[in-house]
Design a binder for this molecule. Structure first.
Ligand code: PGA
Length: 252
């Protein structure tokens, strides 16, 4: 069985006080052993603070994740943060290719593949986000779009999938309150598993496949019951301690 993972993506939300309270609350609640992997992805400026809370809290459950990364290791890239810098602050995961990065910042499939590799060069785990827009779904080209988003990654050696997570996030479900039905999500996740199997054989069976897009405590259970859904990437609900904990418990 694939180990579940629940990752909270705070996006550009929070503050020092918020980070302290939320991370403290998560640690206090999840201090018992949990079966799922749990990750928190705060804005990069709070990574050192959250890193410090996690390491001082005698925590072995909650891991740190970043929301974005530069593709280069160093140099004249004003405003960027290198993968080595994230690794220095104990980041375990890095989101790459979130739909907001694709849509608002023009990130291409190739740039995302470069970031994916940069993350792995520094021994961190990329969480590759993919997903179709509403127009693409309605045009019946969901799988073509996803295949295109995956294509540059499938040029890489099979081994990269030993340390990688995929989050399927239909763009029309992100922040809209419109979750994919469990059947819609499972249809894509099972396609993803089959596609991965076609590329990398049995390595595919251990890749954590997350669903993201308006995951809430009340829809998480049915989604998680689907065979190929191994956890969640949670946006809005990860900003509310009780909601985030409730979703973590579903995946536990
Ligand atoms: P949401 O965001 O849960 O607020 O829909 C998910 C995401 O963008 O990762």
């Amino acid at each position: 069985m694939v180990k579940p993972l629940v990752a909270g993506n705070w996006k550009m939300n929070g503050s020092r006080i918020f980070a302290e309270e939320l991370v403290g609350g998560v640690l206090a609640d999840l201090s018992r052993s949990v079966c799922a992997d749990i990750a928190l992805c705060p804005p990069s400026i709070y990574l050192p603070q959250v890193c410090q809370i996690l390491t001082s809290g005698n925590n072995s459950i909650v891991r740190l994740g970043a929301q974005n990364v530069g593709a280069q290791d160093e140099g004249a890239y004003t405003g960027e943060i290198s993968p080595g810098m994230l690794a220095e602050f104990d980041c375990h995961y890095v989101l790459v290719g979130h739909s907001e990065r694709r849509a608002l910042f023009g990130e291409t499939n190739q740039q995302i593949a470069d970031k994916f590799q940069a993350v792995q060069r520094h021994k961190m785990v990329p969480i590759l986000c993919i997903g179709e827009s509403l127009e693409q779904r309605e045009a019946g080209i969901t799988f073509e779009v996803l295949a295109e988003q995956l294509a540059p990654l499938f040029q890489l050696p099979d081994e990269v999938w030993k340390q990688a997570v995929i989050a399927y996030e239909p763009v029309w479900a992100i922040g809209t309150g419109k979750t994919a039905t469990p059947e819609q999500a499972q249809e894509v996740h099972s396609w993803l598993r089959d596609t991965l199997r076609g590329q990398v054989n049995e390595i595919a069976d251990n890749v954590q496949l997350l669903y993201g897009g308006s995951v809430k405590p009340d829809n998480a259970k049915l989604l998680f019951a689907q065979q190929d859904i191994n956890g969640f990437l949670v946006g809005g609900a990860s900003l509310n301690l009780q909601d985030f904990l409730a979703i973590c418990r579903v995946a536990d």
